[in-house]
Design a protein around this ligand. Structure first.
Ligand code: IPM
Ligand code: MG
Length: 354
């Protein structure tokens, strides 16, 4: 049966990197994928006056999975807040109920030199960050900027319900069961009530998973431990804002933010797949961006939404092969390796598939 993929390139380097992932997927006709493109982010605003055009949301709902590039650009920063590209991304996550965001931080041995940390600290690194994606201060009400007592104040609401914590905790425990059976829940329970509840609910859920060794860590300490000795972590589960920050940090352990894919899943493993990096307007259109995070996101799509472990592993092996062959985009380029463009990297992955 054909599977429908909504392809949303977005802004900046989005179209370039998504084109490479699409090329890789098209090189595997046995997957039976039908891909259709639509605009999101600034591109959505430009074409339909909305960062998440109605037609795009409809296509995404009807699709089995969504492949997304990146959104945002300086030309949109002055728009009214609801019209900004980032709002389109947040809305599609919310509309599709993609509450579980999986961000694996993995070091390919060939990239040990590209990491800013010592090779012995990062070699063999394999962490899965499970970030809650549809709650927290990102969506909490009230929010706004208003005048109080003669001056402007900006405010947001950090809020989690126990059901929101429970469902993402279960996803994280399930993943831990398939990996090293270690889960670290990251919060700030020494200061925030929201985190206090988070911790309590994670503890309750842990009773369903007696085999998983659960630990708790404050987010400031977690940020420190991630660069001090990242290999102590197996699976990390955390809220939306802490996960946003820690996953960017973890990306540096793996050499470049251009290497980290992600999967955002609903209750039924329908998902949206995107690199964790942004639209990088400074290098857009130059064909120098690293497409590997997007290509690896396509691999995650095969694994999580389509249950096709073999073909997911095939794409990942091809990525490993091109790195072993010494091919590097500018962000991961080091002495003695071959600098290639975004599209050359995509071609190399296609060639390595076979
Ligand atoms: C991410 C990004 C987004 C987020 C932005 C672009 C809204 O940083 O996916 O990590 O904050 O979630
Ligand atoms: Mg982020």
């Amino acid at each position: 049966m054909t599977k429908k993929i909504a392809v949303l390139p977005g802004d900046g380097i989005g179209p370039e990197i998504v084109a490479q992932a699409v090329k890789v997927l098209k090189a595997m006709p046995e997957l039976n994928l039908e891909m259709e493109e639509a605009a999101i982010g600034g591109a959505g605003y430009d074409t339909a006056g909305d960062p998440l055009p109605e037609a795009t949301l409809k296509l995404a709902r009807a699709a089995d999975a969504v492949l997304l590039g990146a959104v945002g650009g300086p030309q949109y920063d002055k728009l009214d807040r609801p019209l900004r590209p980032e709002r389109g991304l947040l809305r599609i996550r919310k509309e599709l109920n993609l509450f579980a965001n999986l961000r694996p931080a993995l070091l390919y041995p060939e990239l040990a030199d590209a990491s800013s940390l010592k090779p012995e600290v990062v070699s063999g690194l394999d962490i899965m960050i499970v970030r809650e994606l549809t709650g927290d201060v990102y969506f909490g009400q009230p929010r706004g900027i208003e005048v109080r007592n003669g001056e402007r104040v900006g405010f947001n609401t950090m809020i989690y319900s126990e059901s929101e914590v429970r469902r993402v905790a279960r996803v994280a425990f399930d993943i831990a069961m398939k990996r090293g059976k270690k889960l670290c829940s990251v919060e700030k329970a020494n200061v925030l009530e929201c985190s206090e509840l988070w911790k309590e609910v994670v503890l309750e859920v842990s009773k369903e998973y007696p085999e998983v060794e659960l630990s708790h860590m404050y987010v400031d300490n977690a940020a420190m431990q991630l660069v001090k000795w990242p290999k102590q972590f197996d699976v990390i589960v955390t809220g939306n804002i802490f996960g946003d920050i820690l996953s960017d940090q973890a990306s540096m352990l793996s050499g470049s933010i251009g290497m980290l894919p992600s999967a955002s899943l609903d209750e039924n493993n329908k998902g949206m797949y995107e690199p964790i990096h942004g639209s990088a307007p400074d290098i857009a259109g130059k064909n120098i961006a690293n497409p590997l995070a997007t290509i690896l996101s396509a691999a995650m799509m095969l694994r999580y939404t389509f249950g096709d472990e073999a073909n997911a592993a095939r794409i990942e092996a091809a990525v490993r092969q091109v790195l072993a062959d010494g091919m590097r985009t500018a962000d991961i380029h080091t002495a003695g390796t071959k600098k290639v463009s975004c599209s050359e990297m995509g071609d190399a992955v296609v060639a390595a598939l076979n």
